[in-house]
Ligand binder design. Structure first.
Ligand code: NAP
Length: 276
């Protein structure tokens, strides 16, 4: 078994994920795994970084596929005995002009951005080594969508005692309400992406609390973040930040020094803790 520290970035064959891997290759003292659901796209991205003189490693990971998540988990357990840095970056967004019905957008968006990200955490958080870092890439849109939820939903999402099960129930309810076209009446904002990222931010707050309660002495720091508005296939060419600039906050959170005990359980943008 290798004692080398190991970092994994989900959805890193392009966009912000690729830029995070690029930065970690020069700044993280260990093995860095570029992962992709499609091995060809993943290997092409590895080859691109190799041309830049970097040495990322590759592992397949489709976060929508529980078997793929378990295969990565077993690989990390066998080869490294755990994991030091996990960046949950993989995500999707329908384009604003997409004609797919809102109910479909709600189901598909929540499936990947919330439920699949949670599945990755369920399998990989137990592998996190002491002084490790977990970064969940959310969005400022989670904060603006929270502000457009009913008072009752806002209270639940801001609660310091909400459980993971309760959050899963709420995210499931959003998809069901969208299917019945009663989501706005039920207090939800009209944004599937926004609700999915509320889920990611609240999940991060819950997971950080569980780490405090159950693994206090291990100094694992877990945060949600917004990369900013970044020029990628998701956000388009008009966005203000380059992928490298978008990677800055996630990389900062992935490389917090072992002496740091904060930020933890926070929502961070531009390397600054944001109110929730
Ligand atoms: P992007 O260019 O579209 O890249 C998304 C990445 O996620 C791709 O590598 C994609 O793989 C991967 N992915 C999607 N579904 C996956 C799955 N089921 N399993 C594994 N990988 C999957 O988007 P981006 O702008 O870099 O976004 C990265 C993260 O930042 C997302 O979580 C996004 O919500 C968040 N974010 C972005 C912005 C922005 O302005 N760009 C702002 C706020 C937050 P494929 O190539 O196979 O599709």
């Amino acid at each position: 078994m290798s004692n080398v520290p190991v970092a994994v970035v989900t959805g890193s064959n392009k966009g912000i994920g690729l830029a995070i891997v690029r930065a970690l290759c020069t700044q993280f003292p260990g093995d860095v795994y570029l992962t992709s659901r499609d091995p060809q796209r993943g290997q092409a991205a590895v080859a691109q970084l190799q041309q830049e003189g970097l040495r990322p490693l590759f592992h397949q990971l489709d976060i929508d596929d529980p078997q793929s998540i378990r295969a990565l988990r077993d690989f990390l357990k066998d080869k490294y005995g755990g994991l030091n840095v996990l960046v949950n970056n993989a995500g999707i967004a329908f384009k604003v002009n997409d004609t797919a019905p809102f109910a479909v957008q709600a189901e598909v968006t929540l499936k990947t951005n919330f439920f699949a990200t949670r599945n990755v955490c369920t399998e990989l958080l137990p592998l996190m080594k002491p002084y490790g870092e977990v970064v969940n890439v959310s969005s400022m849109v989670s904060a603006s969508a929270l502000g457009r939820c009913s008072h009752e939903l806002q209270q639940k999402f801001r609660s310091d005692t909400i459980t993971e099960e309760e959050l899963v129930q709420l995210m499931t309810k959003f998809v069901e309400d969208a299917k019945k076209n009663i989501h706005e009446k039920e207090g939800w904002p009209n944004t599937a992406y926004g609700v999915s990222k509320i889920g990611v931010t609240v999940l991060s707050r819950i997971q950080a609390r569980l780490l405090n309660e159950q693994r206090k002495g291990e100094h694992i720091l877990l945060n949600a973040c917004c990369p900013g508005w970044v020029r990628t296939d998701m956000a388009g060419p008009k966005a203000t930040k380059s992928p490298e600039e978008g990677a800055e906050t996630p990389v900062y959170l992935a490389l917090l020094p072992s002496s740091a005990d904060a930020p933890h359980g926070q929502f961070v943008s531009d390397k600054t803790v944001q109110p929730w």
